[in-house]
Design a protein around this ligand. Sequence first.
Ligand code: ARG
Length: 660
Amino acid sequence: MNFRGALRKIFRAALELAIADKVFDLRADEISELLSGVIQTHDERFGDYTATFAMSLAKRLALPPRRVAAEVIKRLDVTGLFDPPGDPVGPGFINLRVSDAALESAVARAVGDSRMGVAAVEQKLRIVLDYSSPNVAKPMHVGHIRSTVIGDALHRILRFRGHETITDNHLGDWGTQFGMILWGWKHFRNEQAFESNPTVELGRLYRMVRKLVDASTAVRELPHTLAAIEKVAAALAELPPDARETSREESKRPALNREHAVLSEASSQWKKAIVDVESDPVLARIVRDHQHEHIDQQVLAETAKLHRGDPESVSLWESFMPACRREIERVYERLDVTFDHTLGESFYHGMLPGVVSDLLEKGLAQESRGAICVFLDGFASPFVVRKADGAFLYSTTDLATIQWRMENWKPNRILYVVDHRQGLHFQQLFATARAWGFDAIDLRHVEFGTVLGDDGRPFKTRSGDTVGLESLLDEAVRRAAAVVANGDPNKSCFSQEEQSRIAHAVGIGAIKYADLSQNRTSDYVFSFDKMLQLSGNTAAYMQYAVARVEGIFQKGEIDRTLLRSETQSVRLADPLERRLAMGLLRFSEILEDVEADSRPSGLSTWLFDTAGRFSTFYDALSVLKAEENERPHRLALCDLTGRILRSGLELLGIRVVDKM
Ligand code: ARG
């Protein structure tokens, strides 16, 4: 049962009546927007739901809000679901309370329903989810966790809602990182090391060449940057010393200061890149040996060779890929994440020339200083689809990907779960795709913020490298084991095997849940201590809440399937029972909201609230020892709570355990 959905329909009918009665001069298509103002009350004392739209409607109609509310109430038919509404409150809020009878029968139906009262969507869509999508051959780091975990949760939720989902891991398996590895392989490979651990060796080559490329770029760029700094400094020095803040000359100061700061930051980055290489004897020697070549350009040439289909480069690439794939597979396995497809960038390579020529033919793209660009209204910079040297870009691949997905999968919607720093890319991509003719598809960038360390800067280890994902997962499980065993594994009441299963669920769950419980668009601080706490909104607390409900049935030796088939009605005599039941029956609307704004945090917040309602209920009222006339009703509530918490966590991709 979705009471909010039902109530919105009731309000729609009332508004349509008011239009028919000529009381409201409103278009039918304005109604939906108003109905999104029918929401849960902030304060339970005012009822369960409230309609907040009377104020905006009143403004639109130029009528007093309370009169608008009264006209709506007059036409509201809530029979069988809600108590009759009272007068509008304050500036026109219409508050409603679900009737006891409707709530009791909805709970009973949810108890007997394998979907716990959550109906499948009426309009089933085909939705493609593009998530995780790491650039392979670089070690995966903590940033990749966000896309993987958020994408996986959205996938589970959309599928449960009844949509048809297609998940696709759009691997970066074709980018410049392969130019670095290929160049590194040709000059510095250690075949023995590759034999014994391919990704470690590829990672070593990648990091090494990356530093060399950065340094060679720095050597070229630093003089320009230093010259630019001098110019800005001179301009600053020329400003009259005693100028008033309002003077025209003085007004240039802030912009100059900003420019100075940006350039200084750049120059220190360049210097650091050079020092990094010079202070490393091995790298310093390589630079001396290659001093007449531009390493960065050689690396680019190496990428271009691969893209041209040079047999040697392609065959090396093919020999690297299986190891790269195995490495990320291992991570996905530990995270319980799967994909229907893994079509990396390389898959689209052959389609890129066609994309560019089609854009040119349709007059959407044009040449500008040798590059092929799409100029779009509302964007300061063009969307470049082919560089002057002939190379295709990330943008070209993404356009080809949309075209291919549309031809082969015909989705209604595509979600891209990608870092917020790629915001502009996706805005330009979507605008170009629409102009190109893909205007019926709903394209959404599900962006997320950065993972920060305790110091508020992007999460790094002490050595300065971003933390490898696998070691992070290991550490989470290790720390969880200590928490679960309460410091002493030998005194635990669980077997070794149980302990390790629980530690895995709690450790991996903690990392996932910490991420999913955050508002995805904010940066969030990664902290093992916080995420492994047993109280507060953490995975461990939620997993414990499930185990606690399980415990009731184990202790009472109760057959839950019988309970479900036999529950005909549920009486909610105590306010705490009603409060719990009302919370449980929001499951359906919560999932609806998660779909609407792609925010899994809405689900975790509600699960936490539900666990709290259960706790209050369970601490105050007896269940197993309740009177005979109360016991079955309370047990039914416990059963529904347990199943909802469990499936809610599973929808977030968090494993649950029966005992903890
Ligand atoms: N490989 C990219 C990166 O690591 C993310 C790809 C996201 N998906 C896409 N279709 N662009 O930044």
